[in-house]
Design a protein around this ligand. Structure first.
Ligand code: KG4
Ligand code: ZN
Length: 350
């Protein structure tokens, strides 16, 4: 079975994974998160420099963990977008260099397809069709997926403004919690009451588009509540828990409505926000009630990592999809059409 090396550098994580036939053989992850914390968000130039330093050592670590050498690699997959332009460039250039020097094919893959594909490493092949909710720092999308390697991805709805993870990060800032905000809110919300404040559930009225999201108003509602109650110390755990509840309620409500309306018996919940304990729990409850099978990767595979990119590469290689040319360029704002950055493509076997 072909062995695929995957490289992910779209944000502040330098991830490398090695996958063969749906099995994760080894992976390694470095993060420059601490270097960004004092700026309250990722600084692209700092992230890019950190990727440059970390990518080769991470490839070596992943190979060691897999117990193989570079000569055993049969194909390379690298994130070609979307992401921070300079950060994506580093991983894609590294991927090209490995592919060229090893004489193996290169796949420039879409980062969000990686979030979906990673679930195959833990729960086996995806069903013939399913609804996927991708919730990350930059994206919130409800999708209809077929064969991820071959079929076009169908967008049921996306966010019209902030992504769910972005809302977590911004609300954490309002509450004086550290970056990244999602895990910080998840932790502190455990001590809070999710019913303490009734924050709005955006775009959930009967007249709203059923599968679109909007989280900017929710973030503003939290800011207004804090302003209005400025005469008391902010009850951070209660605000965090109530905000988190509004997000979890909105996401799971829409995702299960999409499953019902599109007669999908499987919901795939992926991306950094899928690591959230309340989102996972509510999704489990509601999926069970609706008779929908829920697939969620373990938290460490929900946030950015290299295994997810190797997982897409593995699907593409096994589907005999034609690889990319080495002059492929990165696209920091690439829309999701398929596993490859340039969309679904059938071609000659590799
Ligand atoms: O998928 P990801 O690692 O990177 C992107 O592709 O954007 O997602 C990162 C986002 C961040 O906004 C982070 O705050 C959020 O995922 N996140 C969480 C949790 N862990 C990460 N949000 C809520 N709860 C968490 N436990
Ligand atoms: Zn991501």
């Amino acid at each position: 079975m072909p062995v695929v090396l995957g490289i992910e550098t779209s944000c502040d994580e330098t991830g490398v994974g090695i996958v063969a036939d749906g099995v994760l053989l080894g992976d390694a992850l470095a993060t420059s998160m601490d270097e960004h914390a004092r700026f309250g968000g990722v600084v692209p130039e700092i992230a890019a420099r950190a990727h440059l330093h970390a990518v080769t050592p991470m490839v070596r670590h992943a190979l060691d963990r897999a117990g193989i050498g570079l000569g055993d690699i049969d194909a390379v997959a690298a994130t070609a977008g979307p992401g921070l332009a300079t950060a994506v460039q580093v991983g894609l250039a590294a991927g090209k260099a490995y592919a060229l020097s090893l004489g193996v094919p290169l796949y420039g893959v879409h980062h969000l397809a990686g979030h979906a594909a990673v679930d195959t490493l833990e729960h086996g092949p995806l069903p013939r069709r399913c609804v996927a909710l991708i919730v990350s720092g930059g994206h919130t999308s409800l999708l209809l997926l077929g064969d991820l390697a071959r079929d076009p991805v169908i967008h049921l709805g996306d966010t019209v403004d902030d992504a769910a993870g972005e809302a977590f990060d911004k609300v954490a800032r309002l509450l004086g919690l550290p970056y990244p905000g999602g895990p910080a809110i998840d932790r502190i919300a455990r001590d809070g009451n999710p019913d303490a404040i009734n924050f709005p559930r955006p775009m959930t009225s009967r007249h709203d588009p059923p599968y679109q999201f909007s989280f900017s108003g929710l973030k503003t509602a939290v800011a207004r509540w804090i302003e209005k109650n400025a005469d008391q110390p902010v009850p951070v755990p209660d605000v965090a828990a109530s905000f988190q509840e509004a997000i979890a309620d909105t996401l799971t409500h829409k995702a299960l409505a999409a499953c019902r309306d599109h007669r999908a018996d499987t919901l795939l919940l992926v991306g950094g926000v899928a690591a959230n304990s309340r989102v996972r729990h509510l999704a489990e409850q509601r999926a069970a009630t609706a008779g929908v099978r829920l697939r969620v990767p373990s938290p460490r595979l929900c946030t950015d990592n290299g295994a997810m990119i190797a997982a897409v590469g593995d699907l593409l290689v096994r589907a005999n999809v034609a690889p990319d040319r080495l002059d492929l360029s990165a696209d920091p704002s690439a829309a999701l059409h398929g596993a490859l950055l340039r969309g679904p493509r059938r071609g000659r076997p590799v």
